[in-house]
Design a protein around this ligand. Sequence first.
Ligand SMILES: Cc1cc2nc3c(=O)[nH]c(=O)nc-3n(C[C@H](O)[C@H](O)[C@H](O)COP(=O)(O)O)c2cc1C
Length: 189
Amino acid sequence: MVNEMSTQILNILKDRKATRAFSSAKLPEEMINQLMDAAQLSASCFNNQPWRFLFLTEESALEKGRMALSKGNGWAKEALLLVVGFTKPDLDCQLPDGRNYFQFDLGMAVQNILLQATELNLVARPMAGFSQDVIRQEFDIPKEFEIMVMVAIGFEGNINEMDEKLQAKSKEPRKRNPLPANFFINNYE
Ligand SMILES: Cc1cc2nc3c(=O)[nH]c(=O)nc-3n(C[C@H](O)[C@H](O)[C@H](O)COP(=O)(O)O)c2cc1C
């Protein structure tokens, strides 16, 4: 996108797999620990570390997580790791002008998980399509927390075994705006 100069991080970002097919192989504990370490090393306002993650690895917990998924995210039921990311406003900076950083910092930590998963050659797809109420109820998460994201993670499965619509979606090239739509240099518009 930018130029041909290749760097490790840019390569990882280019390689990031957000396909929707998972193999039935369980993630080794070492990998799960690395995903946690990656998130924990994230930057945060005042080093508040406002992210809270619930890692669902056992079948009974995964089953509860799967119940929350939207119909369109049914493919995520095959993932053998579901990560729930949640946070609340008073865990992070709240500035007098109204800027609150809890979700911003949770998002940065989620990105670290996606990057580490990519380095481990895993598929990791973040999702907003789930019921916050179901997760809250099943795992007794207090109402002050905003349950922002679920991430389906696992070894890549065979895309060709998914139904045709999902196959087509998963084979689409990644789309991005041209840089000038999002970036401004020295002046805004
Ligand atoms: C906050 C957030 C919510 C998302 N929700 C869903 C979702 O519910 N289902 C899904 O299939 N993908 C979901 N995605 C994945 C995006 O659709 C995907 O990242 C985007 O289309 C760009 O594609 P890429 O990740 O392959 O580059 C979500 C991503 C983010 C960051």
